[in-house]
Design a protein around this ligand. Structure first.
Ligand SMILES: [Zn+2]
Ligand SMILES: [Zn+2]
Length: 904
């Protein structure tokens, strides 16, 4: 089967050594004479004379290009592998050079299309004469005789379909032949053959041999067998009737002729000929077709095309259609940032039904075009179906169905009750999407390169279909707390992870209540770290209110969000804006895209440096000139310490907070934040490892509440990340350390320095803990959220100055901030009585004075008779300076008593 090099080279030498090349000028004269004769014959002795031939030749185009005009654009992944070709009907072509084209393929075409290719000077006189004779015999129909050179010129120099009548066709033919001779003077046979093989139509929308080899055999031309070469060479005569998919029999008939010709012309040996004949290439083709990937572009490619079209418009001022033409026909080389490996992992996990514990529903996309009796056309969509059922009484009706059968039944019911007998259905399109849907994006935080995009689950049916990762905005929910509130709060807002807010009933400025996920539970005083871990709403709103919504909004702009709204006029004359308190909870006008959310989190993962998310690194034209280029240019948007502190808090979210389902199976460091929007429409998880940042969204395309909170999206997030870590054999490690971070011990109820023996004695639990701070922001004041109250054990009331020392005992209480109301978790641990009205009712001043009097009486009556009654001892100790008793150890008692003093 191997092509025998030496025999072919021998033949080539013979061809060239025959010195049969006729001198050009001589050949033109002969050619003109012949043409004249031919014309006279064909035109049936018409009035054409030599002069008109001269005129035709003079109007032959002189400025021409033999190269194919359009070719396919190739997309490479981040490892340089070709992953996709972009083309349209005019450009489904991949240019190959001469050396890539196997000799068998070149020879197969020469054998069947132009066997004297190496001998003639552009026009095959022998062939023309033969064709002329055939034409006379057949009564005027000229056929064949076009050399490869002429065919190339016909394809790439003359516009197809320019000939309106017979004479014009003759004129074109003459110009073609004349030009063929001109071309051969300046262009090598090698070049002509290469351009030809890159140009020709090979059926099924393929242009050129490489694209055809890919399409029919799923391989490159240099991999083709002899038989496969012959199959391709057989197509070109009539790409519709001879393509091997629709007409394998016809193609085979011609393939056998091609092989026979090749054998006769000594291009192949008899063994090669026999082997090629018996090669069952057609069953291979049908298998390739059956297993060929779907022709629809991936979500990543869709987003890439959109991005490049936009960039070409911006950079070069192209119109949109110019830019699209360039992308689909310009033979561009697009170096994308996509990782095929990671994309495959994400696609597989996301499309695995077993990862969705919820029932799969089907949401309907419907299009029905109907012509009414009066000739008007009406279009019905899924909205009309929804409205029909709602009007019929099912007020919550949604076009989401548990089965496809139920969906079809609803359509039938709708049609039966909506259409009349005289309506004529023009077209009906029923499409469905799996629900709940999903979107996912993964970014390399160090560069901003988008490595993975998943725009939905289920089969993708259209190019540029709804891309939920890049072109679909949803409410970001609680994932926004970090970005709109805590990041600016820590960065410039003078707050720390230790800053406390009172989680207690609270309303927005407009009077609406701010509610937590569990609406009746309030945690009382909690630090920002705890608020992040628990995804507390009230604390987030309070923090943003203190910071001001404008500061939060401006910070989000720095994080690259492009879908925020500021003072937009509505149709009704009002204005919409995201500069408000709800911004902290991600309650915004239009929502955000998955990929922009991921890019914002990636800035935290990247130590505070934001990279604009990019889908490609460079785009070159077909000559290798760089048209577009993206270099990562990280921009610092927050202090490194801020990023480090947020990361540290978000590690807790995954280890013990709302994100525990996203825990990884390895010890790789992971940080992240959950997001749930009101009504349970959307569920998010944004998270990162030291390597990559990824966000996952799940929800219904048409806002629909989940019945229960579902965590499967976090599990999917972790599964994908686990598999990526394994596949890339990533080194398991922690996040980078950060200079300028200090630790300090704080009281968790105040965020301030704990008071020794007080904050640790909180009635619930020890409130002392270690917190991280940007150097210089550690607390300097002491806790003011705890107090110690001294009681008298006799009355079990607040001790007075006169209560005997040995009856005193202390209790630690929490103090709620001024204005705090409602029951919170602090309530049971706070002083729930007024100290002034709850003082010891035994050891009063009256009692003291009475004791004094008795003592003095005793002194006067019986000196030096020491008593041993309990009351006397009490009296003695009480007579000392009770506010700083010499018997008490310093520390707790000192403070306790000083606090107690405040209440006396
Ligand atoms: Zn404290
Ligand atoms: Zn007392």
């Amino acid at each position: 089967m191997r092509y025998n090099k030496s025999s072919i080279q021998k033949r080539r030498k013979q061809l060239h050594s025959r010195k049969k090349r006729i001198h050009s000028s001589l050949s033109i004269v002969i050619f003109k004479v012949f043409l004249l004769l031919l014309l006279v014959i064909i035109a049936g002795g018409g009035g054409l004379i030599f002069g008109s031939v001269q005129g035709i030749i003079e109007t032959t185009p002189t400025d021409y290009n033999l190269k194919p005009k359009y070719s396919a654009t190739i997309i490479y992944d981040d490892s340089g592998q070709q992953v996709e070709f972009l083309s349209d009907y005019s450009s489904n072509r991949i240019i190959v050079n001469y050396d890539q084209i196997p000799a068998n393929l070149r020879n197969a075409f020469i054998a069947i299309e132009d066997e004297r290719f190496y001998e003639h000077n552009g026009v095959d006189l022998k062939g023309v004469i033969r064709a002329g004779i055939t034409a006379i015999q057949n009564g005027g129909a000229t056929q064949g005789a076009s050399t490869i050179t002429q065919q190339l010129i016909k394809n790439n120099v003359f516009e197809i379909g320019g000939e309106t009548n017979f004479l014009a066709k003759v004129k074109r033919k003459i110009q073609e032949q004349y030009l063929a001779i001109q071309v051969e003077k300046t262009t090598s046979k090698k070049e002509i053959l290469t351009d030809y093989l890159n140009t020709i139509n090979l059926g099924k929308g393929t242009l050129g041999v490489e694209s055809a080899a890919n399409y029919y055999f799923d391989k490159s031309v240099d991999q083709l067998t002899l038989s496969e070469c012959a199959v391709l060479a057989s197509i070109t005569k009539n790409p519709t009737r001879l393509n091997p998919i629709d007409h394998p029999e016809d193609n085979k008939e011609r393939r056998d002729i091609v092989l026979k010709k090749m054998y006769e012309l000594n291009y192949i040996s008899s063994e090669e000929y026999e082997t090629a004949l018996s090669d069952d290439v057609y069953s291979r083709i049908s298998k390739t077709q059956a297993s060929s990937r779907q022709s629809v572009y991936s979500y990543f490619t869709d987003a890439l095309i959109t991005q490049i079209v936009e960039d070409l418009q911006n950079e070069y001022g192209y119109t949109q259609s110019q830019a699209y033409n360039l992308v689909y026909r310009g033979g561009l080389r697009i170096h994308s940032t996509q990782s095929t490996q990671m994309q495959d992992i994400a696609d597989t996990v996301i499309n695995d039904k077993s990862n969705y514990p919820v029932n799969t529903d089907y949401s309907l996309e419907y299009d029905l075009h109907v012509t009414l009796e009066n000739g008007d056309t009406v279009t019905y969509t899924e909205r009309d179906i929804r409205d029909y059922f709602r009007n019929a009484g099912d007020t919550d009706y949604r076009t989401i169905y548990p089965t496809k059968k139920a969906m079809k039944k609803a359509i039938r019911t709708f049609k039966k009750n909506t259409l009349s007998d005289t309506d004529e259905i023009l077209s009906e399109t029923i499409r469905f999407a799996l629900e709940p849907q999903i979107s996912y994006s993964l970014i390399d935080q160090a560069t901003g390169q988008v490595k993975v995009l998943v725009g939905g689950r289920g089969e993708k049916k259209d190019d540029l279909a709804l891309n939920r990762a890049t072109a679909f905005t949803r409410q970001p929910g609680s994932t926004f707390k970090i970005l709109s509130t805590y990041a600016p709060a820590l960065d410039t807002g003078g707050m720390t992870l230790a800053t406390v807010f009172d989680d207690a009933p609270y309303t927005y400025e407009n009077g609406d209540e701010v509610t937590n996920y569990n609406p009746d539970e309030y945690r009382g005083l909690i630090t920002i770290r705890d608020a992040i871990i628990d995804s507390n709403n009230i604390v987030a709103v309070k923090a943003l209110t203190q910071l001001t919504p404008q500061v939060g909004y401006d910070f989000l702009l720095k994080l690259g969000f492009t879908t925020l709204v500021n003072n937009r006029q509505t149709a009704s004359g009002g204005t919409e804006t995201d500069v408000n308190q709800a911004l902290s909870l991600g309650g915004i006008t239009d929502g955000v895209t998955n990929v922009e959310l991921t890019a914002a989190y990636a800035a935290i993962a990247n130590h505070g440096y934001y990279n604009t998310p990019i889908l490609y690194t460079s785009v070159e034209d077909s000559h290798g000139n760089v048209l577009l280029q993206h270099e990562s240019s990280p921009k610092q948007v927050m202090k490194e310490t801020t990023a480090w502190l947020l990361t540290d808090a978000m590690k807790d979210v995954v280890s013990e907070g709302s994100g525990v389902e996203a825990q990884l199976s390895s010890d790789m460091a992971v940080a992240g934040k959950t997001g749930t929007t009101s009504n349970n429409f959307d569920f998010w998880f944004c998270g990162y490892t030291p390597y990559y940042t990824a966000s996952i969204w799940t929800g219904y395309d048409y806002n629909t509440s989940f019945e229960n909170e579902d965590d499967y999206h976090k599990v999917i997030w972790a599964k994908i990340m686990d598999q990526i870590i394994d596949a890339q054999q990533q080194q398991i490690r922690d996040f980078d350390a950060c200079e300028g971070i200090r630790t300090a011990t704080i009281c968790a109820k105040s965020g301030k320095l704990p008071v020794s023996g007080v904050c640790s004695q909180d009635p619930e639990k020890n409130m002392e803990r270690i917190e991280y701070f940007e150097a210089g922001t550690e607390p300097k004041e002491s806790c003011s959220s705890h107090i110690v109250v001294t009681f008298c054990s006799e009355s079990n009331r607040v001790a007075r100055r006169f209560c005997p020392d040995d009856l005193l005992y202390q209790r630690v209480f929490r103090i709620r901030p001024d204005g705090s109301s409602g029951v919170t978790e602090d309530t049971p641990y706070c002083l729930n009585f007024n100290i002034d009205s709850y003082k010891c009712n035994i050891h009063t001043r009256q009692w003291y004075e009475e004791q004094e009097r008795l003592r003095q009486q005793q002194e006067q009556l019986a000196p030096a008779a020491p008593g041993s009654t309990e009351s006397e001892e009490v009296l003695e100790s009480a007579s000392g300076d009770s506010s700083s008793s010499g018997q008490s150890p310093p520390g707790l008692d000192d403070i306790a008593n000083s606090i107690l003093d405040m209440f006396r």
